[in-house]
Every structure is written in structure tokens, then in C-alpha cells.
Design a protein around this ligand. Structure first.
Ligand SMILES: Nc1ncnc2c1ncn2[C@@H]1O[C@H](COP(=O)(O)OP(=O)(O)OP(=O)(O)O)[C@@H](O)[C@H]1O
Ligand SMILES: [Mg+2]
Length: 245
């Protein structure tokens, strides 16, 4: 389980996360929804310690940290080994082949031998539908293909929790569908996923659980069925923006 307790984070006098408590359960897809600026990316970045809150605590499996004092690099590394983030821009190594992009990280962090990592990378690239592009360079791939390489790369380091911040928002609808298919497969495998998205149809399809973030607080935490049927005024207003669009 990944758990945040009493987490508060401000930028200057802008309180972005206001005493947030939440638990992400293993084997579930937790989808985080909410208006632009409500703190979704910040919340996800706290889970990977890319942002460090002023107060509260984070626990992932057997590892935990209390915020409020300086965190040592070893503490940060220890927490980070449990999770991995896939960003909107893919951050691939431009001078390495697709195969190397996926096989290098677990070798660099000492998790696998070069031979093991290569065979795992081939398998994962096959799984995301890129088994025939192993020797290509990232620049020669479409955005959707690059994002699928980025997902394979994160899977190669086998984190307990996979964190996705709007993984399809930079893509055209057709390319978005390819990436969504990969994410739906991961959700069906009961991986532990946390997904921030503005794609409501996708959210409906993959969510085991929805968190609605509103102005730095969790305004809803429950099943997707309850969320999409909610009569809460704030949630209705949020959902209406998509129905009209
Ligand atoms: N590094 C930063 N420095 C200052 N302010 C920041 C920083 N990162 C985020 N913020 C502010 O925190 C608030 C929440 O931002 P965040 O990126 O978490 O929102 P979001 O819900 O992910 O929005 P979007 O849906 O547009 O991606 C915003 O007001 C933003 O301006
Ligand atoms: Mg964001």
C-alpha cells in the first residue's frame, strides 16, 4: 500500500495540497481527476518525492518518510525504488535504440545483467506492440510509439507502483488509442497504477477507484460508478465541462 497522511504542500503562499490523506491499494488502478490547477500533478510528484511537502508523511510498502525535516539522498532513493513515473513528454534517450532505451535502466541501477535486461526488454517491447522497432531511434517513432517505449522502460525496472501523469495528453486521438490499449492491459493485469488524466472515457474504462481533487483537497474517494453518478454540485460541474466539450 502507498499511503499519504496529512500532506500539505505550498508554493509561496499558494497552498496546493491541503492536509491530504489517501491510500493507494495494491493491484488497483486509481484514477485522479480534477480541474486544472487542483494539484493532481503535485500529488503524483509527491508520491515519487519529486516534490517534497512541508508536512505529513508518505509510506510505501515497508518504507516511510516523515516530512518537515531534510531528507537524506539514501532515504529518497529507498522510497523511490518502489515507484516510477511516466510523464507526458517521454524523456527517452535520443542516441540510444528503442531496445537500449528499455534495457539500459535496469542494468544501470544494478537490477539485471545486460543479457537478462535485453531479453526482458524484447519481451516488454513486444507487449507494447513494438517488437518490430527494436533498432529504431526514438526520433523516428510517432508520439504514441515513443510513449509506449517509455511505458516499457518503466516496466523494465519493475516498480511496485506505476505513476502516470496525463500519459496520452500530448497525442492525437489515433495515437492516444494505442497507448490507452497498453494501459488497459496493465490495469487488467492488476498492476498497481495511479493515473492522472483528463480523458473521462479512459478513466471510466480503467478506474477501480476515483479520487477527485478539488482545490488541494480530496473531494471524492470511491468507485467510478458512484463518482460518475454523483449529485455533488462540484463534481457535476466538473463532469459537465466534458459532456459539453
Ligand atoms: N514548481 C512550482 N512552482 C510554483 N507553483 C507551482 C509549481 N508546480 C505547481 N504549482 C502550482 O500549483 C498548483 C497546482 O498545480 P498542479 O500542476 O499540481 O495542477 P494540476 O491539477 O496537475 O493541473 P493540470 O490539470 O493543469 O495539469 C497550480 O496553481 C500551479 O501553478
Ligand atoms: Mg498536471
Amino acid at each position: 500500500m502507498l499511503e499519504l497522511k496529512n500532506v500539505s504542500k505550498s508554493f509561496g503562499d499558494n497552498t496546493v495540497l491541503d492536509d491530504v490523506d489517501l491510500q493507494v491499494r495494491e493491484g488497483e488502478t486509481t484514477v485522479i481527476l480534477g480541474p486544472s490547477g487542483s494539484g493532481k500533478s503535485t500529488l503524483l510528484r509527491v508520491m515519487d518525492l519529486l516534490e517534497v511537502p512541508e508536512s505529513g508523511s508518505l509510506r510505501i510498502n515497508e518504507d516511510g518518510v516523515e516530512f518537515g525535516s531534510t531528507l537524506s539522498d539514501s532515504r529518497i532513493r529507498s522510497i523511490r525504488k518502489h515507484s516510477a513515473m511516466v510523464f507526458q513528454g517521454y524523456n527517452l534517450f535520443p542516441n540510444q535504440s528503442v531496445l537500449k532505451n528499455v534495457s539500459l535502466p535496469p542494468v544501470l541501477n544494478g537490477k539485471l545483467s545486460a543479457a537478462e535486461a535485453e531479453s526482458r526488454a524484447r519481451e516488454l517491447l513486444g507487449k507494447v506492440g513494438l517488437g518490430d522497432r527494436l533498432n529504431e531511434y526514438p526520433d523516428n517513432l510517432s508520439g504514441g510509439q515513443q510513449q509506449r517505449v517509455a511505458i516499457a522502460r518503466v516496466l523494465a525496472i519493475a516498480p511496485d507502483y506505476l505513476l502516470f501523469d496525463e500519459p496520452t495528453s500530448a497525442l492525437d486521438p489515433e495515437l492516444e488509442a494505442e497507448v490507452i490499449k497498453v494501459l488497459v492491459d496493465l490495469a487488467e493485469e492488476k498492476r498497481s497504477l495511479v493515473v492522472v488524466t483528463h480523458n473521462i472515457q479512459f478513466a471510466k474504462k480503467v478506474a477501480d477507484r476515483v479520487l477527485f481533487l478539488d482545490n488541494g483537497s480530496i473531494g471524492f474517494d470511491g468507485s467510478p460508478d458512484e463518482f460518475f453518478a454523483s449529485s455533488n454540485e462540484r463534481i457535476r460541474r466538473y463532469l459537465t465541462t466534458f459532456e459539453v466539450a
